[in-house]
Write a protein that binds this ligand. Structure first.
Ligand SMILES: NC(=O)c1ccc[n+]([C@@H]2O[C@H](COP(=O)([O-])OP(=O)(O)OC[C@H]3O[C@@H](n4cnc5c(N)ncnc54)[C@H](O)[C@@H]3O)[C@@H](O)[C@H]2O)c1
Ligand SMILES: O=C(O)[C@H](O)CO
Length: 313
């Protein structure tokens, strides 16, 4: 049998994707967004490769030939998994590829915010240093990372990789997860005891908006919130308010609720010295993207060989 593989958003992965080792026809599109386009491009395919293309129930119902959705990411929130299951479509994802790239991005955001790197660099460009009466100036706060406490919400692959780095930097780590493991603390302790909190849970109906006004009120006034997981995990309006009112100390976000933020986004547009937003690139080191691309094709080959890998329930 010749399998028909369609990659709907090839442009979203900057790595070499090898040809699978079984008879197949392969077609790729740079990007695909509308439900009509998705259905038209996948109607004859049995294997779909996607990164962030929304595979909602109405779309899946129009694709009776589809057998595998191979997601080129860890997060599978773009797929309606209940509908996929109902149609007997297997969903696979990528695991353990971002063990350096995401932790390094998180640590970079932590240092940048704690040391006010961005506002200081901007102030130099503005000419503030030229006008300074001293050799330095203290317009923005600087604190040490060493000796501070990092709360980790979601103690899976990435949460654990970050814990190792944080401890090496002299931080105390407070991990929280719903999956029972040794050394965990409860969510309340993370909120009230941490000088910085980093989020690493998947976006699900249970985790949507798990950070909002109530959680910000419990956090320390100087606490930082780092989100490299998914935008929907944090109530963005409440976050902006908490940053402006000084309820929390700062935020470093790599993800927002709608990506790309075509209709605008309040976090991307805010001009605050204690907020850094990056465009969902924490995963995107060259090394990590190649590991991801190799595992993506492993998943496709394993599925066709009858030994599916990294199946998402
Ligand atoms: N920004 C990026 O570039 C980037 C890159 C990779 C992954 N991600 C995101 O990061 C997330 C985490 O990745 P990972 O590899 O660590 O996944 P993982 O599956 O190894 O870990 C996720 C952890 O979250 C826990 N969890 C689930 N629901 C929870 C809840 N309600 N409360 C507390 N803990 C809960 C799970 O038990 C698990 O231990 C992914 O789902 C993805 O959305 C983002
Ligand atoms: O979930 C992931 O792996 C990242 O968000 C990159 O897509």
């Amino acid at each position: 049998m010749t399998h028909k593989i369609v990659f709907l958003d090839r442009e979203s992965l900057d790595a070499n994707v090898r040809a699978p080792n079984f008879p197949h026809e392969y077609k790729e599109y740079e990007s695909t967004w509308t439900p009509d386009e998705i259905v038209e491009r996948l109607k004859d395919a049995d294997i779909a490769i996607i990164n962030k293309v929304p595979m909602r129930a109405d779309t899946l119902k129009q694709l009776p030939n589809l057998k595998l959705i191979a997601v080129a990411a860890t997060g599978t929130d773009v797929v309606d998994k209940a509908q996929a299951k109902a149609q007997g479509i297997t969903v696979s994802n990528i695991r353990g590829y971002a063990f350096n790239t995401v932790p390094e991005h998180v640590i970079a955001l932590l240092f940048a915010l704690r040391r006010s790197i961005v506002p200081y660099a901007q102030s130099v460009k503005r000419g503030d240093w030229n006008k300074s009466s001293q050799f330095c100036y203290f317009d923005y706060p600087i604190y040490d990372i060493a000796g501070s406490t990092l709360g980790i919400v979601g103690y899976g692959a990435l949460g654990k990789s970050i814990a190792k780095r944080a401890e090496a930097l002299g931080m105390k780590v407070l991990p929280y997860d719903v999956f029972p493991q040794e050394g965990l603390v409860d969510f309340e302790t993370v909120l009230t005891q941490s000088d910085a909190i980093t989020i690493h849970v998947p976006l699900t109906p249970d985790t949507k908006n798990m950070f909002g006004e109530e959680q910000f009120r419990k956090m320390k006034k100087h606490a930082l919130l780092i989100n490299t997981a998914r935008g929907g995990l944090v109530d963005e309006a409440a976050l902006l308010e908490a940053l402006k009112s000084g309820e929390i100390g700062g935020a470093g976000f790599d993800v927002v609720a709608q990506e790309p933020p075509k209709d605008g986004n309040i976090l991307c547009e805010a001009d605050l010295p204690n907020l850094i937003v990056t465009p969902h690139v924490a995963w995107a080191s060259k090394e990590a993207m190649q590991i991801l691309a190799d595992q993506l094709i492993d998943n496709v080959e394993n599925f066709v060989a009858g030994k599916p890998s990294n199946v998402v329930e």
